[in-house]
Design a protein around this ligand. Structure first.
Ligand code: ATP
Ligand code: MG
Length: 427
């Protein structure tokens, strides 16, 4: 039997309710803030990610699924994240021509060649947003607030927002020198990747997962002490706005994005309920990226949430997923009744009532058991007599109360039925 590839998984019906809940929540909360969904391709030219994420990162250096196009002339990569594609689409489609800011969001699968573990896969899913065309600290605070709104609406608790500023290019040049001076004497104690980064990309050393390196990084000079006046002001304003919004944060001096196009704010939201794969949301400002990818000088800020990790948290939180139970369960037995039930189900659905049609043709008792399991609060029952009279028995499952109603009348009472059904479902 052919199995799914390592690091990929099927999202089965028993779990998909959590995904739909996350998607609906995101759509509603971002919709209210007038973010528009954008759908960019899943594969792009490799060069987009090399430039948009940076060749010195793990993602580009080790984790990309890259292959040659059929003709062999182009290198293609399955997207490992969403920002580079969205920014390419923004530039290519001249979304800036509309002036002002663009508020965009996306969702979909991402691909990284990683060691699979709980909450870490090779095909995983993100939802992300980008606020493009605004340099104000209010934009940083808005996107952080929206991330926390989504997590709050999902009832997730035990979350911590960690935040830092990586300043602008010249702040980082100053800091880089101070950091390298500090780290040089410890060079031999650093992990292999970090040794390598000491010359190529020293800021990323702060981000190392190696315990020894982390210990050394703890006492390193802090980047916020290297910020110039403007950068300091930006960061302080973001923090003040978060306080005004009643969003709690912790400054994490080791939280960095080590590439030139990342600027100012960097943040992560972590969960205390996830073990090693704790980060559910990562984001920050990337004022240099649009230009780096060939667009005009355009400031931007955004984040991405890992959906698998949210699903794990939701599963821990509640033992059962939100179910999509039918409004009505339709039971029928006998040739004429079975034929009419299909017709009736279709007509009711057109009129806006959800109905699950039992197709088994088995004994009424068995069909009623399935009706109970379906989560429906009411049944429509058609047997020989009902088929003969063109009626259906409307049976309320909790009370057992039932009544024969003409099929044509049922179609006229859908609003009334819907109201009663939703009242019962919510009680
Ligand atoms: P990590 O440190 O966990 O590898 P990252 O810094 O690589 O995360 P980002 O590129 O910032 O992650 O992506 C944003 C979010 O996407 C992460 O916080 C995480 O929730 C999720 N994510 C990233 N990689 C994976 C993966 N391989 N499997 C599942 N979720 C992932
Ligand atoms: Mg990673």
């Amino acid at each position: 039997m052919i199995q799914a590839l390592r690091g990929t998984r099927d999202i089965l019906p028993e779990e998909v309710g959590y995904w739909q809940l996350i998607e609906a929540t995101v759509r509603e909360i971002l919709g209210r803030a007038v973010y528009q969904e954008i759908r960019a391709p899943i594969f792009e030219q490799t060069a987009l990610f090399e430039r948009g994420i940076g060749e010195a990162t793990d993602v580009v250096g080790k984790e990309m699924y890259t292959f040659k196009s059929k003709g062999g002339s182009k290198s293609i990569t399955l997207r490992p994240e969403g920002t580079a594609g969205v920014v390419r689409a923004y530039i290519q489609n001249k979304l800036n021509a509309q002036g002002g800011v663009q508020r965009l969001w996306y969702t979909g699968p991402m691909f990284r060649y990683e060691r699979p573990q709980a909450g870490r896969q090779r095909q995983f899913h993100q939802v992300g947003l980008e606020l493009i065309g605004c340099s104000a600290p209010r934009a940083d605070a808005e996107v952080i607030a929206l991330a926390t709104d989504i997590l709050k609406a999902l009832n997730l608790k035990n979350l911590e927002l960690a935040i830092n500023s990586v300043g602008n290019g010249s702040d980082r040049a100053n800091y880089r020198e101070a950091l390298v001076n500090y780290l040089e004497p410890y060079k031999e104690d650093l992990d292999e990747d970090s040794k390598d980064r000491l010359t190529r990309n020293p800021l990323r050393i702060l981000d190392s997962k190696d315990p020894k390196t982390q210990e050394i990084a703890q006492n390193a000079p802090k980047i916020i002490d290297s910020l110039g006046t403007e950068s300091k002001k930006h960061f302080d304003t973001v923090l003040q706005l978060l306080t005004d919004l009643d969003i709690k944060y912790q400054i994490d001096h080791c939280l960095v994005r080590g590439l030139d196009y990342y600027t100012h704010t960097a943040f992560e939201i972590k969960s205390n309920d996830l073990g090693a794969q704790a980060t559910v949301c990562g984001g920050g400002r990337y004022d240099g990226l649009v230009k780096e990818l060939g667009g005009a000088d355009t400031q931007a800020v955004g984040w991405a949430i890992g959906m698998e990790r949210l699903v794990i948290l939701l599963q821990k939180l509640s033992s059962s997923q939100p179910v999509n139970s039918p409004d009505l369960y339709i039971v029928s037995r006998g040739g004429a009744a079975e034929a009419q039930s299909l017709l009736l189900a279709q007509k009711l659905r057109s009129a806006g009532l959800g109905g699950e049609l039992d197709l088994s043709g088995s004994a009424f008792g068995k069909q009623f058991k399935r009706a109970d399991r379906s989560g429906a609060v009411a049944c429509l029952v058609l047997g020989d007599a009902e088929a003969e009279n063109k009626t259906a028995n409307l049976k309320w499952l909790a009370s057992g109360e039932q009544k024969a109603i003409a099929q044509s009348s049922l179609l006229e009472m859908t609003d009334e039925l819907k109201a009663k059904i939703s009242e019962l479902k919510n009680s």
